[in-house]
Write a protein of this length. Structure first.
Length: 409
């Protein structure tokens, strides 16, 4: 009778179409019992199409074995099943496993499971002896039982698997590994998974967790993830992308004399664009080195670096420029006045300087204008120049003066 019940379900899959294993279950466990010269079998499986209730397409009732022979079964709503189909979403629910021994004796349960997800742990709980058996390392369980004992003696514990995924890092966040770990208690103890995350560069992050967790990695490339609990292991390789954030190292603060040339070399990694600012004005975007000279005063220097992914970093330093003996102002007060209105530089001269030479230099020392004054007011066009700080030099046979101007169009 028992075999006929199983075959009646099998015939549902017979006919012109042959169903592959994966078409009717995702995970399966066959449980057999042997004792007193007899054996019996019951099957538990999980399918995307099975339901929690009894379904004639996926489940089969269990009929008692002949007198004196063992009857092994699982249950749905206290009804014995020979074929017990459950939905995949029910992984983690306890499965009652019963045995009517038929006669006193020593019996052995054997568990044969296949296709369960990585990290799915399986234990048999004996409610009489309070023993918990790891079915992955010990698939057989031997015990004594009498014919009159309560048949509802065992519970099968099967947890969902563990999934591992990754999240790429952007300019404001670090890449991370996410481990979806079901929280479960075995024999009164919380299941704890040890994990390690490593890569080919030898960088390792390790720890332990009893539930789902996110681990910040901040690394690029393939990450090898391993989780371990008893003899259960999960291995995964996750490819991560981490947007590169530039790193900038600047020299110590500088102190120079007015007009003295100086150079700032910035140590920049992962910077595709490097910009130098002095008092908020862009003075260079031509690499990690800047040379120039300044009038007396205190200046704030900022170096900004932008990576290919658009990530930006900045560092600052200061330059103190002393008056020194190199300060140039050979003309009397009021003889020269220099103004910048953003798009032009206006130089006002006394009558004695109406034919003076007027030159303008970038902060790198490049001459960008060289003209002879045409009257008491002379205008230097800045249309072709980049925003930034420039030095205007007015000179004639009697002397010279220089003044720093800012161009911001």
């Amino acid at each position: 009778m028992k075999k006929l019940a199983i075959l009646s379900i099998a015939t549902l899959f017979a006919g012109s179409t042959v169903f592959a294993q994966s078409e009717w279950y995702s995970h399966k466990m066959d449980v057999s019992v042997q004792g007193n010269g007899y054996a019996d079998l019951t099957t538990l499986y999980y399918s995307d199409d099975a339901t929690a209730a009894f379904d004639a397409l996926y489940d089969a009732y269990k009929f008692p074995s002949a007198p004196g022979q063992p009857t092994l079964y699982t249950e749905i709503y206290d009804v014995m099943q020979s074929l017990n189909g459950r939905n995949v979403s029910q992984l983690g629910q306890t499965i009652p496993l019963g045995l009517v021994p038929g006669a006193n004796g020593v019996f052995t349960l054997a568990f044969d499971h296949e296709s369960f997800p990585a990290g799915s742990i399986m234990f048999l709980e004996d409610k009489v002896s309070n023993e918990w058996t790891d079915l992955n390392s010990t698939p057989n369980y031997t015990f004594s039982m009498n014919a009159g004992d309560n048949p509802d003696r065992f519970l099968i514990h099967v947890t969902p698997g563990i999934t591992v995924s990754g999240t790429d890092g952007d300019c404001s966040s670090s890449s991370m590994i996410s481990m979806d770990i079901p929280s479960y208690i075995v024999n009164g103890q919380q299941v704890t998974w040890d994990y390690s995350i490593s890569n080919d560069n030898g960088q390792v992050v390790s720890g332990s967790s009893t539930a789902s967790t996110d681990v910040t990695v901040g690394l690029d490339g393939a990450q090898n993830v391993t989780l371990q609990f008893l003899d259960y292991s999960v291995n995964a390789t996750i490819n991560l992308n981490q947007a590169a954030t530039p790193s900038i190292i600047l020299p110590a603060d500088l102190e120079v004399e007015a007009g003295e040339s100086f150079t700032i070399d910035a140590d920049v990694t992962e910077g595709d664009i490097i910009e130098f600012y002095i008092d908020g004005q862009l003075v260079s975007s031509n690499g990690a080195s800047f040379s120039g000279s300044l009038e007396a005063g205190d200046y704030a220097v900022e170096v900004r670096a932008i990576s290919a992914e658009g990530c930006e970093s900045s560092e600052t330093m200061t330059i103190k420029v002393n008056e020194g003996v190199t300060s140039i102002n050979d003309f009397a007060t009021g003889e020269v006045s220099i103004f910048s209105n953003g798009s032009n530089v206006e130089v006002r001269l006394s009558e004695t300087l109406a034919d003076a030479n007027i030159a303008m230099y970038s902060m790198t020392g490049q001459m960008v204008a060289n003209e002879t004054a045409a009257g008491s007011v002379h205008t230097l066009s800045t249309k072709s120049l980049n925003n930034g700080i420039y030095i205007v030099v007015v000179s004639n046979n009697d002397g010279m003066m220089s003044q720093q101007v800012a161009i911001a169009k």
